[in-house]
Design a protein around this ligand. Structure first.
Ligand code: ATP
Length: 227
């Protein structure tokens, strides 16, 4: 029997919020993943304009976000490499250091549509299974269109199910509809800057940790929400 797949959820997580947690849970349930590792990018190549929380704090917030969810954990690997955090390097490191395991990289539809601009983005399917989560029902067409254009470069081939494409070495690329919550890290940062409350947008333990560090956040975060 093949090893169960482990989800790798990459992101900036600046900060992690309930949209991330719900999407990861729904993908894990839909694909029968053994667990999901949140892997914050240490130096995200595409988000240089945003005021970035320290990697150690983003990692800690992710730990709080996944606590108590069976099989969920946080992977600090992205901080062990110098330079920009490229997903292809993360997946290559995982394949090299954990050879018996099967990984499934989890990304949102927005990321998929930018994949051709990522370093070796169209080669990710040669390193791991791919799961693309998107708003329920709405984006299967966009998934199909992307693959119609990029299947050759990705080594992907359609199957009878439009939500599943085959990848090299028996891997799969799957579209997973999720009930996407209308929450984003940028909206949370904006509310925080305006001194508004962000309760409910992240798990309470994540908010507690962020408030504990409120006096030491990077320039650009502004003042914490009123107590
Ligand atoms: P920002 O608003 O700063 O761009 P973000 O909230 O989109 O950040 P990221 O860390 O950039 O968070 O996202 C990591 C992954 O989580 C991406 O694949 C993204 O598509 C996904 N994601 C972000 N917000 C949601 C959400 N509300 N529901 C489901 N997935 C989400």
């Amino acid at each position: 029997m093949r090893e169960p797949r482990i989800g790798i959820f990459g992101g900036t997580f600046n900060p992690v919020h309930i949209g991330h947690v719900r999407a990861a849970i729904e993908v894990a349930e839909a694909l029968g993943l053994a667990g999901v590792e949140f892997a914050p990018a240490a130096r995200p190549p595409h988000k240089s304009g945003d005021p970035l929380l320290d990697f150690a704090l983003r990692l800690d917030l992710c730990r709080a976000a996944v606590s108590g969810i069976p099989g969920f954990s946080v992977n600090p690997l992205e901080n062990e490499r110098p330079g920009p955090s490229y997903t292809c390097d993360l997946l290559a490191d995982l394949a090299r250091t954990r050879p018996g395991e099967q990984f499934c990289f989890i990304m949102g539809m927005g990321d998929l549509l930018c994949l051709a601009a990522w370093k070796n983005g169209l080669g990710l399917g040669r390193l791991a299974h791919l799961a693309v989560h998107a708003r329920q029902g709405q984006e299967l067409e966009a998934f199909g269109r992307f693959l119609d254009h990029n299947a050759k470069a990705m080594g992907a081939a359609p199957t009878a199910d439009p939500a599943v494409w085959s990848l090299p070495q028996g891997r799969l690329m799957q579209y997973v509809p999720v009930a996407r919550l209308d929450v984003s890290a940028s909206d949370i940062r904006r509310r925080w800057q305006e001194g508004k409350r962000i309760d409910g947008l992240m798990r309470p333990s994540v908010l507690d940790k962020l408030l504990t560090h409120a006096d030491a956040l990077p320039a650009g975060w502004g003042r914490p929400p009123a107590a």
